[in-house]
Design a protein around this ligand. Structure first.
Ligand SMILES: [Ca+2]
Length: 265
């Protein structure tokens, strides 16, 4: 299979895994009755299940920030009407992000965060808006955009230590919302009737290594080994409305938690 097909299938898998109702179980594990009564969400270590205190929980688009308490609990005292990206940051842990909606936010969430591993690189943990701040009300999640666009692309430089033979570098896009591609439309991720945008494109050291067609969490793209140097540059370009020819209308998207993991082959 070619790379495009792989990414397409990955996209579908991610879409399916984020759209089935049992997703809450996947991320929340077992929530005891007491927690449900208090409607308190919790941050735990994904390995040990131990509560994590002092983790910064934020929903940048709602300007909402809080911290987890001693027992790892936190509350989302904010009105969530549409899909937004929730981020968790804690020193010694990988940046965590999750796309949540009204339904998910109405129940306690149990979020397992992972300890940082050797070779992890955080490329961009903060939420970033790409586009031109011009979008229709029916675009995927557009009404929740509060962060101003930083333009149609994001470029970041970072170092990578030489890979061992049995290792591979994988780019992880923590969360992405707002993509109005043909596939996103077909998957019901937006309500736009007729038009769509080209996918967001990912360039690594000047080479196009993949594209993002679907909104969701934890999309992975393997970085071709031969492209990796000591100093590297990642660029993510948002797509453009393919039906607007009078001017360039960039697809307005939001991305959080862009990072790199070194994995065993
Ligand atoms: Ca736009």
């Amino acid at each position: 299979m070619n790379k495009k097909m792989n990414i397409f299938i990955l996209g579908i898998l991610i879409y399916l895994s984020t759209s089935i109702p049992s997703m809450c179980d996947v991320i929340s594990g077992q929530v005891n009755q007491n927690e449900i009564k208090n409607n308190k969400s919790k941050i735990v270590d994904s390995m040990t299940q131990a509560p994590i205190s002092g983790a910064a929980v934020s929903i940048p688009n709602l300007n909402y920030k809080t911290k987890s308490a001693k027992d790892g609990s936190f509350e989302l005292n904010t009105d969530i009407t549409k899909k937004v990206i929730l981020s968790v940051e804690k020193e010694g842990y990988r940046p965590f992000s999750l796309t949540i909606d009204k339904n998910m936010a109405s129940k306690p969430l149990k979020l397992g965060i992972e300890r940082t591993q050797a070779g992890d690189i955080t490329i961009q943990s903060d939420l970033c808006h790409l586009g031109d701040d011009v979008f229709s009300d029916t675009s995927a999640n557009s009404s929740e955009f509060r962060i101003r666009s930083s333009g149609p692309y994001l470029s970041k430089s970072f170092k990578i230590a030489p890979l061992k033979n049995n290792e591979k570098a994988v780019l992880i896009i923590g969360s992405i919302i707002g993509l109005d591609t043909k596939l996103a439309k077909e998957m019901g991720q937006n309500q736009i009737a007729h038009v769509y945008s080209s996918p967001a494109e990912i360039y690594f050291n000047g080479e196009r290594i993949g594209e993002l067609n679907l909104n969701g969490d934890n999309q992975e793209i393997e970085i071709p080994r031969q492209l990796i140097r000591t100093n590297n540059e990642l660029t993510i370009k948002t797509g453009r409305n393919l039906f607007q020819h009078a001017y360039i209308d960039y697809d307005d998207i939001e991305i959080a938690g862009i990072r790199l993991e070194i994995k065993q082959k």
